[in-house]
Ligand binder design. Structure first.
Ligand code: HEC
Length: 180
């Protein structure tokens, strides 16, 4: 698509240099591509880089009864969400995150062993379970749909990282504790 646009523009405006043209078309096309990439990632075919590991993680959080965990700060009840996951979300944090939050220590990263689970629902039925687990080599990501233990996304999908990199060590819904 990018190449087509560029050649057409070059033909109709021969006075501009090819460098200027390619910069112009890249700038205007980039947001559209990014947006469709994000939507495709969430609703499309998925990106499961570690199917077996992701199923194991799903079974682990179910066995741990994650819905009985502490709720994330600011998410004491179900909340509306603008994120692409779904309309309403419940966010739960495991003990490691809960302790880090309660410690009031100044942090620049969430500790290894942190797990955060987000249930996303539309119209009351649970449709998306999104998980982040902090491992020794960084966050592991997974997203499951319609109660299935097979992930549609797992490992380090670009779609998760690209949007979450703006968070506090990739966490978007809450920040590091304020030092006391
Ligand atoms: C376009 C942006 C975007 C993309 C893409 C995205 N997320 Fe999120 N995610 C958010 C936002 C915003 C929140 C904050 C809660 C809310 O409003 O739903 C969030 C919250 C979460 C949470 C709760 C912890 C936190 O960071 O607040 C998890 C877990 C999560 N996302 C997992 C994932 C996974 C796994 C993927 C990839 C399959 C993904 N997200 C892709 C925007 C995104």
């Amino acid at each position: 698509m990018a190449i087509e646009v560029r050649t057409r523009t070059m033909r109709t405006t021969p006075l501009r240099s090819p460098l200027q043209l390619s910069q112009r078309s890249r700038v205007s096309i980039a947001p559209a591509l990014l947006l469709s990439g994000a939507l495709l990632g969430i609703f499309g075919c998925g990106d499961s880089q570690d199917p077996a590991g992701a199923t194991e993680l799903y079974q682990k959080i179910q066995a741990d009864d994650y819905r009985s965990w502490q709720r994330a700060p600011g998410y004491e009840t179900r909340r509306k969400s603008d994120a692409p996951h779904s309309d309403n979300v419940d966010i739960y944090v495991n003990d490691v995150v809960a302790q880090a939050l309660a410690s009031g220590e100044s942090l620049s990263a969430w500790p290894e062993g942190s797990v955060i689970v987000k249930d996303g629902s539309d119209g009351g039925k649970f449709e998306v379970v999104a998980v982040m687990e902090k491992r020794s080599d960084g966050w592991y990501w997974a997203e499951y749909f319609d109660g299935k233990s097979e992930a549609k996304f797992s490992g380090r999908p670009d779609v998760c990282l690209d949007c979450h990199k703006r968070g506090s060590d990739f966490v978007q819904s809450f920040s590091f504790p304020t030092p006391q």
